[in-house]
Each structure stands twice: as structure tokens, then as C-alpha cells.
Ligand binder design. Sequence first.
Ligand SMILES: Cc1cc2nc3c(=O)[nH]c(=O)nc-3n(C[C@H](O)[C@H](O)[C@H](O)COP(=O)(O)OP(=O)(O)OC[C@H]3O[C@@H](n4cnc5c(N)ncnc54)[C@H](O)[C@@H]3O)c2cc1C
Length: 232
Amino acid sequence: MKVKLLRYTEDAELLCGTAALTSTKRGSPSQFFEEMDSEKAKRIIRRVTGYGHTSVIEHACFTFSIEGVSRAMTHQLIRHRIASYTQQSQRYVTYNTLENYVTPPSIRDNKEAKKLFDETLAKISEVYQKLLRMNIPKEDARFILPNAAKTNIIVTMNARELRHFFNLRCCMRAQWEIREVAIEMLRQVKKVAPALFENAGPSCVELGYCPEGKMKPPECNIEEIKKRFRNL
Ligand SMILES: Cc1cc2nc3c(=O)[nH]c(=O)nc-3n(C[C@H](O)[C@H](O)[C@H](O)COP(=O)(O)OP(=O)(O)OC[C@H]3O[C@@H](n4cnc5c(N)ncnc54)[C@H](O)[C@@H]3O)c2cc1C
């Protein structure tokens, strides 16, 4: 799996600080932008988003390349609707090697399960190739492909949606692969826009408690989780 932040809004924090001032001050956005510096932006963003006025951070967008992940993962990712996606298509790209699937750690670490998994994937690959040789179109041959099939996707989200995505998907309740992707995305955006992603992470990091109620995983220690995400 590879996650790479490709591009993001230039001067993202200055821009969001400018947006925050625009709503409350007499004067123009261009004037606020010229007078903005990163310390001031950080203070304003903290104050305004603290009131729950989080639309101001929608002005900053982040584009990631997410590579070599399973279709099971991307199916969950694209449920997040306030985003733009382009995914490698199985209608156009032939899925033709046995290297192209993701093995979950629980299967990788269980010898018997791994053998069964690999044998089944090999059989699927063989049937898929056979269907193509029978002139079945790629868009139909792909019906045999599994959730484990590897894929690449490019995604753009604004900072508000990213923070929401991190709340849900950095959480221990999220599935392991999307959690790994989300944590890596957060690590990368924190580097380039720390003020926008201050205290970002699973819901418990922001709220101080777990909103999952009785679904809260027993291994979760909120203080440790907070520390981990603060130092990501
Ligand atoms: C642990 C976990 C388990 C899950 N299990 C399942 C499952 O079993 N089955 C399943 O189908 N899904 C499941 N999901 C997916 C989940 O239901 C959401 O579809 C997904 O997390 C996207 O989140 P979202 O809807 O909050 O937000 P996004 O699509 O990211 O949207 C962000 C926010 O915008 C607002 N919004 C967006 N669109 C609308 C709209 N049309 N109307 C009103 N407000 C809107 C909402 O406030 C929303 O929270 C699971 C997710 C998690 C994290």
C-alpha cells in the first residue's frame, strides 16, 4: 500500500484564516489575506473552528494517490461523499497477475488459511484469464474478481471532510486497511497544514470520550490514543 499527498491548496492555512475573518470583520478578503501570517491564521482557525464554524476550512483541498489497496478498502472510502474520486477501472485495465491482490494480516499469519486463500485466488485468476481468452469483455470477466483485487485511486477532499473522515476511519472500530490509509493521510496533512489538523484523529481524540457506546473496543485507552495522534 502506498499513500502519497500529491497536491494541496497553496497557503491553505492563510486562506482559511482569511475566510474566518471575512465572516466577522469589516473589510475585504484580499486585504485580510495580505495581512495574514501563519501565527495569526493558526489562532483564528483554532478560535473559529472551536465555535463549530468549520465551513471556513473547506477552502483548503488535499489530493492523495492511494495505491495497491484492495477493492474492499476503496468501496468503504468512496462512501465518503464530500470528495472527488477517480479509480482504476476493471473495464479497461486487465487484472492479469497473481501479484495483484491484498492479503489481510489475519490470513497471512495463519498458515492453513493462507494456503486456502492463495489457492482460491490462483483459481480465480485462471478462470478470469480463460474468460478473456473466450472473448468475454473485460467488464464481464471482472465479475469473477474478488474484494482482495488491488486497485489505485486518486482522491481529493477538503479539510473539513478530511477531519470527519479521520474521526470515523482512524478509529479502532474502522476496518484495518482503511484505518492504515486514513492514519497515513493524517500524518501527511499534519506536516503541511498543522493548524487545520490540530487534534484531528478518531472521534475520541476530539471529543475526549468514545461515541461508540457499547461498541467501544475494550483495548481502547483514550489517553494513549490522544497521545499517539498528537505525536503522529
Ligand atoms: C466503523 C464503521 C462501520 C460501518 N458499517 C457500515 C455498514 O455496516 N453498512 C453500511 O452501509 N455502511 C457502513 N459504514 C459506512 C457509514 O455508514 C457511512 O456511509 C460512511 O462512514 C460515510 O460517512 P458519512 O455518511 O458520515 O459521511 P460523508 O459522506 O463523508 O459526508 C460527511 C457528512 O456530510 C453530511 N452528509 C453527506 N451527505 C448527506 C446527505 N445525503 N444527507 C444529509 N447529510 C449528508 C453528513 O453530516 C455526513 O456525516 C460504516 C462506517 C464505519 C466508520
